[in-house]
Design a protein around this ligand. Structure first.
Ligand code: SF4
Length: 260
């Protein structure tokens, strides 16, 4: 059985958002379904990092991609916490290589009966078109549950655009840093952009999402936003310098942000 996870500190904040309260009526809860970072992200580029396992010692370490500019926060978590690594690997191993129908069935069977809001992937991404389609089908079958996700799998999104637009309780956000970033502008996709500072967000005219509410609210389905850089960054990169400057400054010191 796939393993859904309970809300983390960030998704927990969604409970305070007025628009989302109906989804959480009758004590319904917030969950996520996570996959192994990097391995499940076919279009990741600037964020690409993976937890790799040393065959001799069994120890995990981080491996950045050739073009990594800001290290994937959830891959770092997978290096640090064995239970997190195992549970995401378990989900990914179950899903990859399965048919769309099998994935539909797995998601349907594993969805907790009290799920009010589901963040698809605190870690991981849509690794195939069929997998994204399986989630959309799940949302259509569960109209009282809200599903939302960040993705760099823009090609799959565009292939399924008509179906996507027909499902009110399914909200996608394109995140920059992937191999098909040009599609965001050319296809006018709603996006989240990781910024190195609050000033940069202001310059771009984007509000900063501190609590996942911009990502989740159906009413903002067409409104782009910014996310502040976070996590551990590769030494010597612009991201590492920016992160140093951000620590202890403004909202960054008060909020724990999650990788997209
Ligand atoms: S940031 Fe997201 S898309 Fe990039 S490697 Fe991590 S989980 Fe995958």
């Amino acid at each position: 059985m796939l393993k859904f996870s309970k809300a983390n500190a960030k998704t927990e904040a969604l409970k305070q958002v007025e628009e989302l309260k109906p989804y959480l009526a009758d004590k319904r809860k917030i969950y996520s379904l996570d996959l192994l970072s990097g391995y499940s992200c076919p279009f990741a580029e600037k964020c690409l990092s993976k937890a790799t396992v040393d065959k001799a010692t069994g120890k995990r370490k981080i491996k950045d991609g050739k073009k990594t500019e800001f290290r994937c926060f959830s891959a770092s978590q997978e290096v640090q916490y064995t239970n997190v690594y195992n549970s995401r690997k378990h989900n990914f191993d179950m899903l990859r290589g399965s048919s769309q129908l099998e994935m539909n069935r797995m998601l349907y069977d594993a969805l907790p009966s009290d799920a009010g809001i589901v963040r698809i992937h605190v870690a991981g991404d849509f690794f195939s078109r069929d997998y994204m389609l399986a989630w959309m089908t799940l949302a259509e079958l569960n109209p009282n549950t809200l599903f939302y996700a960040y993705t760099k799998s823009l090609k799959y999104w565009l292939e399924l655009e008509d179906y996507y637009c027909s499902i009110d309780n399914f909200v996608l956000t394109a995140s920059y840093g992937g191999r098909n970033d040009e599609l965001i502008e050319s296809q006018n996709l709603r996006f989240a952009q990781v910024v190195f500072s609050e000033a940069e967000a202001n310059k771009l005219g984007l509000e900063i999402d501190h609590d996942d509410s911009h990502a989740a609210r159906p009413s903002l389905k067409n409104q782009s936003f910014a996310l502040l850089l976070h996590g551990t960054q590769p030494k010597g990169t612009d991201a590492a310098t920016a992160l140093k400057a951000l620590k202890g400054v403004g909202s960054y010191s008060r909020k724990k942000l999650t990788t997209v």
